[in-house]
Design a binder for this molecule. Structure first.
Ligand code: NAD
Length: 254
């Protein structure tokens, strides 16, 4: 880790520990060190895979073909990922009551696997399947994924992963909770997101408008960096967040 990064972590810890009531807002970059690529940008999934298989209209038209790809990308490949030290650091800060709201755009369930209990999943989750017709919902298992098109045991319709497909709305409860938590946050810790995905990218902006201080950790600048960020930490989530957790805890419980 560079000296600039270590200095930025110290400054960020001062700001966040002083304000308290931290909302963490994370994106695809937070899971890169767990082996899950982002969707867009260099090395992103969409460089090699056509995203059409997670468009909702296409899924309705061609469930068998879409499910074939969904299983390969999300369940065979992402399903094997494990939380990295960044996920554990945020889960620890939540357990300590320092992070009061953990809002993620990610669908991979890795914060829960790291011990977090209350995660606002803005784009839903791949860990459950749901029925669009009768609202049946169940955790993912080998058995439920076995047929070519997993089907609802209650009404027989095709099941879909409980994450937001292109063309679908954000789940109402996550939307309401994320924005109301943003309005009451003292500080926001933005991790691993370009800040370009709507409407999620408005969450840190809403917090800033309501008076929160904003810290960002990302190896590269994002749309937030020069607009709303008070302290930018130029580094990877898995390296920066454990150090930031320790520095915040030192200041809160010396
Ligand atoms: P994004 O907008 O979330 O941006 C990825 C960001 O991660 C970039 O700013 C990049 O600089 C940063 N980054 C790369 N490596 C990092 C690291 N080690 N530590 C910290 N930051 C790092 O990316 P996207 O993939 O285009 O996102 C679109 C949406 O797709 C997301 O909002 C999310 O819902 C979804 N998505 C989820 C996952 C997941 O669940 N793991 C993965 C890909 C995409």
């Amino acid at each position: 880790m560079t000296d600039a990064c270590i200095d930025a972590v110290a400054k960020a810890a001062d700001l966040l520990a002083e304000r308290g009531r931290i909302l963490a807002f994370t994106g695809a970059g937070a899971s890169v060190e767990s082996g899950i690529p982002p969707f867009r940008g260099p090395g992103g999934l969409w460089e090699t895979v056509d995203p059409g298989f997670i468009e909702i209209d296409r899924f309705h038209r061609e469930p068998k073909e879409c499910w074939r790809r969904i299983k390969r990308v999300f369940y065979d490949f992402w399903g094997k990922a494990k939380p990295n030290p960044g996920h554990f650091a945020l889960a620890d800060l939540q357990k300590a009551g320092v992070v009061f709201s953990l809002v993620t755009q990610n669908i991979d369930g890795l914060y829960q696997r790291a011990g977090a209990t209350d995660v606002v999943e803005f784009h839903g989750t791949m860990d459950r399947l749901e029925c669009e017709r009768c609202a049946f919902s169940a955790p993912v298992s080998k058995e439920i994924l076995a047929p070519d098109v997993p089907s609802c045991p209650r009404c027989g319709a095709a099941l879909k992963p409980a994450f937001v497909f292109y063309g679908e709305a954000i789940p109402e409860d996550a939307l309401t909770r994320a924005f109301s938590d943003a309005r009451s946050a003292g500080g926001v810790l933005v991790v691993g997101t370009t800040g370009e995905v709507m409407p999620a990218c408005h969450v840190p902006v809403e917090a800033k408008r309501a008076g929160a201080v904003v810290v960002e950790a990302n190896p590269d600048e994002s749309a937030f960096t020069r607009s709303i960020v008070d302290c930018f930490i130029p580094g990877k989530a898995g390296e920066v967040l454990p150090l930031l957790r320790d520095e915040i805890m030192k200041r809160i419980c010396p």
